[in-house]
Design a protein around this ligand. Sequence first.
Ligand SMILES: [Zn+2]
Length: 181
Amino acid sequence: MSPPAAPGDVLGTPLRVQLFDAFLGERVSNIAWLAGLLEGEGAFTICGGGVAIGLNMTDRDVVERSARMVKAPSVAVNNRHQINHKTCYRWTLCGNAAAGVMMTIFPFMGERRRARIKELLAYWRSRKPRYENAVHCPHPDRPSYGRGLCQQCHGKDWYQRNREKVIAANKRRYHARRAVA
Ligand SMILES: [Zn+2]
């Protein structure tokens, strides 16, 4: 295990400090525990145009503890992937929240995982928001509801993307009512 360093320095990226807020209450030893776990068992991937971290294991307590730490939306029973005929438990974290976790655990990771995380974060940074006015969630303490947003921000985000449609539907409803009257 390499000595911890400030993730922003290591990665040479402007720090997106808000992403680390979720871990402010965590002891370094807990972050190191999480890093060790993900070093061995984690999957670092691209999902839905963003980055993702997944964990799939038979130790339910370990999966649940790590899910709480990263504020994963849920722990699922994974009967399709059994290990030695034992039930697996898994969580997946997508989007900015996953990028935040990657930056947080980066200093603890070995060379192979570091290279993978660098690659994923470079992709994550290069990606343009899929639409203008993308909502940023300033609530890292809340559980992720999707795309790294809490439930409230997720709703706001949905409205931003569907604003035109919502307005058009309201107009149609309004005119339909007037036509009847
Ligand atoms: Zn939020």
